[in-house]
Design a protein around this ligand. Structure first.
Ligand SMILES: CCCCCCCCCC(=O)SCCNC(=O)CCNC(=O)[C@H](O)C(C)(C)COP(=O)(O)OP(=O)(O)OC[C@H]1O[C@@H](n2cnc3c(N)ncnc32)[C@H](O)[C@@H]1OP(=O)(O)O
Length: 194
């Protein structure tokens, strides 16, 4: 029998956690959000990107996102790959937290697949931050077929953990930090740390 380590499984925010406030510098309701990173596979303008676009919701905290499902996103004949839907949720939920907090990475992402998503569909996602407790950012979202609040294609919850720039210095490539707008000092520090 394999020796499978126990892993943390709870991404339930504490019952008394408060709803987060919008960051004062976040875009206003209705405005588009910026790509959190130009090289991102979800929302960046790079080959293979899902080219997800997001806007701030009426409440100034949630976001809604658009994902046009193309033939290159198939998993089964004519249908969206499940991992692509998870990528879309990862991006949309991550975009929701960037309206409130600075950099964080996905620690856990749970997705329920409710309906098949045919190629040619526009998926609309609504995402929100449910709570922030210390480094933990609890998020949730829904993906709809064809229109906002249309038929539900999937739902997701994710836990993001806040990290500092040292996370990217330690684990990423120095040259990619330039795309994040890192200073020359930070890039040199990253090179030295490798
Ligand atoms: C620049 C802006 C970029 C915005 C991007 C947004 C969209 C894209 C997001 C991504 O795709 S990020 C890429 C995918 N994610 C990763 O590569 C993360 C890889 N994992 C790690 O680097 C570390 O595991 C992580 C930083 C997430 C956590 O390591 P730490 O050493 O900082 O935390 P630690 O393991 O001590 O856990 C801290 C707390 O979180 C809890 N925790 C950690 N991982 C968990 C998990 N998976 N599920 C549930 N709880 C978890 C853990 O139990 C603990 O709870 P308590 O404080 O209550 O004891």
């Amino acid at each position: 029998m394999g020796n499978v380590p126990r892993v943390p499984i709870s991404i339930e925010p504490p019952a008394d956690a408060e709803a987060p406030q919008r960051h004062p510098k976040a875009p206003a309701p209705g405005e588009p959000t910026a790509a959190h990173y130009e090289g991102c596979r979800g929302c960046g303008d790079v080959p293979g990107s899902l080219r997800i676009r997001s806007w701030v919701g009426d409440d100034g905290v949630s976001v809604h996102s658009r994902f046009d499902v193309l033939a290159e996103h198939q998993g089964a004949p004519g249908l969206l790959h499940g991992g692509m839907l998870m990528t879309a949720f990862d991006d949309a939920l991550g975009t929701a937290y960037t309206q409130i907090a600075r950099s964080a990475v996905t620690a856990r992402l749970e997705t329920d697949f409710r309906r098949p998503v045919p190629v040619g569909t526009t998926l609309w996602l609504r995402s929100r931050v449910d709570a922030i407790v210390d480094r933990k950012i609890f998020t949730s979202g829904v993906a709809f077929l064809g229109e906002l609040d249309g038929e539900v294609a999937g739902t997701a919850r994710a836990l993001f953990l806040k990290v500092g720039v040292e996370h990217f210095l330690r684990h990423g490539r120095p040259e990619d930090l330039e795309a994040l707008g890192a200073s020359r000092e930070v890039i040199e520090a990253a090179r030295a740390a490798r």
